[in-house]
Design a protein around this ligand. Structure first.
Ligand SMILES: O=P(O)(O)OC[C@H]1O[C@H](O)[C@H](O)[C@@H](O)[C@@H]1O
Length: 543
């Protein structure tokens, strides 16, 4: 057993040759002074190709100190808003602009409504809250993300329609001089927080992107920075007992042995949703150039894919140890953010990739945009089959057997997953109202033994989307879309949310099919009945 423990953090890995290799890698990283060089901002650690990007992406190591001036600004704004009776916080932001505040507020037990969806019903539910008490935080590093821009337009319109001065209720977090900053200044929005442009989205938990929405919602963000500050010297140390070096060594050694999946299970960590944050960090940072680590987030340590993980997977328990876990990681939230950032960036060096770019994310955005620009392209073709509330469509070259019914279709699709590949379930639905769709992951994993990921679309496009297109090409992609009972127009844009949502699903399907991956789309003409039908069908699927 190799163990690194200090007051803030603990990383424990199991026994055996793999663990020995992980320890040797940690020793090598310490000898190469990688942690110290990273903390000092050395951009050459990932090779010449990554150097120019790394040069403007390393400011996150010092955030526990450099973010402190934000605390007063956030507290002052919260105080002003509360004095006006505004105490409900809605956050519009995708990927790195919402995953951290979601975890911070969940851990603190304070409410935050997160909009990282194009589902009209889910957005309508957020609009149905008490607008007279609502502030909308619009977070986007680039300032040009279509989902976030749509939410801003919809809320601005809704505030005005409710007789509320929209500008006084919109707070922006963005990089200096982004299109969003320009729009915010022009409209006179309440407050613009300029984020540190030398930190990438998925490393931005301790910047304004994490702190502003969480702090406005009432989380103790000063404590969060203090937790990170207490871990910072440990993580910067070029010593074998630096937990980030051991964790990076473990990930690197596992991948070298063919364990390309990292299966995460929460085990009383006290940090609900942390794995969803780590999922984006790891998938987008490493999933490129045909390699990488695929995070598989499961329901708990007794879930399928964790208890029965094969040699293509490393099991990570967050919180307490478990017999089925090969790695156990625990620590405070602030320290954990920094630990995983260090470990992922350093694992990137071991993998020989640039952990700061996301070269394949754009392709799906371009495909969705072109469908929106030529609406006829977004018209659904004739379904392959109709089974009650479920219609099936395929994109690309994969085809089920002629005349297959729904059960046979799903069975054939699962059979198309290559040996040691994975199945990716992607639900472009309402993650509140259609939450039961998530149960399909566990059932498919249990019945097939195939490593199975689950993501809400389009949220996952900003998380595991990079890996699916850029990482190991051994996935099969099962999309679930659904009829929208109500739709919402996007003010000032020629499309509605439902049109955008479908274009995102179809656009990503095209990009995956272009990479020769099997893609099946199941469209629910009645969402609840459709989910129930699928739940019943997957019971009979095996492999
Ligand atoms: O913050 P934004 O610029 O709106 O970007 C939101 C997300 O967009 C893209 O999908 C990137 O791949 C993510 O890393 C990023 O977090």
């Amino acid at each position: 057993m190799t163990e690194v423990d200090n007051t803030a953090l603990s990383v424990v890995i199991g026994d055996g040759p793999w663990a020995q290799e992980a320890g040797e890698l940690a020793d090598r990283l310490a000898a190469e002074a990688v942690a110290g060089e990273l903390t000092a901002g050395n951009p050459t650690l990932w090779g010449a190709d990554a150097e120019s990007e790394a040069a403007v992406r390393l400011a996150w190591t010092t955030l526990p100190k450099t973010s402190r001036p934000l605390l007063g600004e956030i507290a002052a704004l919260r105080g002003e808003l509360h004095a006006e009776g505004v105490d409900r916080v809605v956050l519009a932001g995708m990927g790195g602009s919402s995953l951290a505040p979601e975890v911070i507020t969940a851990a603190a037990g304070v409410p935050l409504t997160v909009l990282d969806t194009t589902d009209p019903g889910q957005v309508a539910d957020a609009l149905a809250g008490d607008l007279s008490r609502t502030v909308l935080v619009v977070s986007s590093k680039s300032g040009s993300t279509v989902e976030t821009d749509s939410h801003r337009r919809i809320f601005e319109h809704a505030f005005e329609a409710a007789g509320i001065a929209a500008a006084s209720r919109i707070v922006v977090v963005t990089d200096p001089e982004s299109p969003l900053e320009t729009a915010a200044r022009a409209a006179g929005y309440r407050h613009v927080f300029r984020a540190d442009p030398h930190v990438g989205g998925r490393y931005s938990a301790l910047t304004a992107f994490g702190l502003v929405p969480a702090g406005l919602a009432g989380a103790d963000v000063e404590k969060l920075l203090a937790e990170a500050a207490s871990a910072a010297p440990v993580l910067a140390a070029d010593e074998r007992d630096n937990p980030a070096l051991l964790l990076a060594g473990a990930l690197g050694a596992a991948l070298a042995r063919g364990a390309e999946k990292v299966v995460f299970a929460d085990n009383d960590s006290g940090l609900p949703g942390f794995a969803d944050w780590a999922e984006q960090l790891i998938a987008e940072s490493t999933g490129k150039d045909g390699t990488g680590l695929l995070p598989v987030v499961v329901e708990g340590v007794s879930a399928p894919n964790f208890v029965d993980a094969g040699d293509d997977a490393t099991t990570v328990a967050l919180g307490s140890p478990d017999a089925a876990a090969t790695v156990t990681v625990s620590g405070s939230l602030g320290a954990s953010f920094l630990l995983w950032e260090y470990a992922t960036a350093i694992a990137g060096r071991l993998l020989g990739i640039n952990p700061f770019d996301q070269p394949d994310v754009e392709a799906a955005k371009v495909a969705a945009r072109s469908l929106l620009d030529s609406p006829s392209g977004a018209t659904a073709p004739t379904p392959l089959l109709v089974d009650g509330p479920v219609e099936a469509y395929v994109t690309g070259s994969w085809r089920p057997p002629e005349g297959a019914g729904l059960d046979e279709l799903i069975g054939a699709f699962v059979a198309a997953v290559p040996e040691k590949g994975y199945l990716s379930l992607q639900a472009y639905l309402d993650r509140e109202q259609d939450a039961s769709a998530a149960v399909l992951r566990r059932e498919l994993a249990r019945n097939t033994g195939v490593q199975t990921t689950f993501g809400w679309g389009p949220r996952f496009l900003h998380s595991t989307g990079q890996y699916h297109k850029g990482g190991h090409q051994n996935g099969a992609f099962l999309q679930i879309t659904g009829v929208a009972e109500e739709d919402l127009p996007v003010p000032g844009r020629p499309y509605s949310l439902a049109t955008l949502q479908l274009a995102q699903a179809l656009g990503d399907a095209t990009v995956l099919a272009d990479r020769d991956r099997p893609v099946l789309r199941l469209h629910l003409t009645d969402r609840l009945a459709g989910i129930a039908r699928l739940a019943q069908t997957v019971q009979g699927v095996s492999r």
